[in-house]
Design a binder for this molecule. Sequence first.
Ligand SMILES: Cc1cc2nc3c(=O)[nH]c(=O)nc-3n(C[C@H](O)[C@H](O)[C@H](O)COP(=O)(O)O)c2cc1C
Length: 156
Amino acid sequence: MFKKNLILFFSYTGTCSRVAFLLGRECGADVVGVKSRGFGFFKPLVHKWLFKRGKPIVLLPSGLDLGKYDNVFIGGPVWDGLPAPALLDLVSQLDLKAKKVLLFLVSSGDFGISVFKLKDLVKERGAKILGLMSFFSSDTNFMVLEKARNHLFVLE
Ligand SMILES: Cc1cc2nc3c(=O)[nH]c(=O)nc-3n(C[C@H](O)[C@H](O)[C@H](O)COP(=O)(O)O)c2cc1C
């Protein structure tokens, strides 16, 4: 039997990874982090440079088949008031036509216009958005799950 839910995320310093695995445990999902170009301290600079030039930033896992899943979660951090370039690049590489998608963003306090940007891009890709969860990097696991439960009930 296959799982119905997939969680795809990008994380630089680990918070989105923590959130993704908590959500995955809560709703029984496959959890997949995407690899990205650049390394260490230079990653944000490399990502911004690539994004400006329209070059790929993230590497989709080989054999990724969204068709196997009913619901796809996509998440990542806020950078400079926007979804991190790697998150935007991830979305732009996915075929989300008619897919049911739950989004999540993590920031240290200022979401800027990231929520609207991410929502618009995911809609452009043809997805049906089930919801968008926003977390602070300071949220404890308990707080993450409390916030998430207000959204996870929409899953069939
Ligand atoms: C380059 C960069 C830019 C950031 N810009 C913002 C921002 O505009 N607003 C904010 O609240 N947090 C900002 N942050 C903080 C991250 O959104 C926050 O630490 C998030 O939890 C990181 O997720 P991660 O640990 O999965 O990478 C920024 C972090 C980085 C590295």
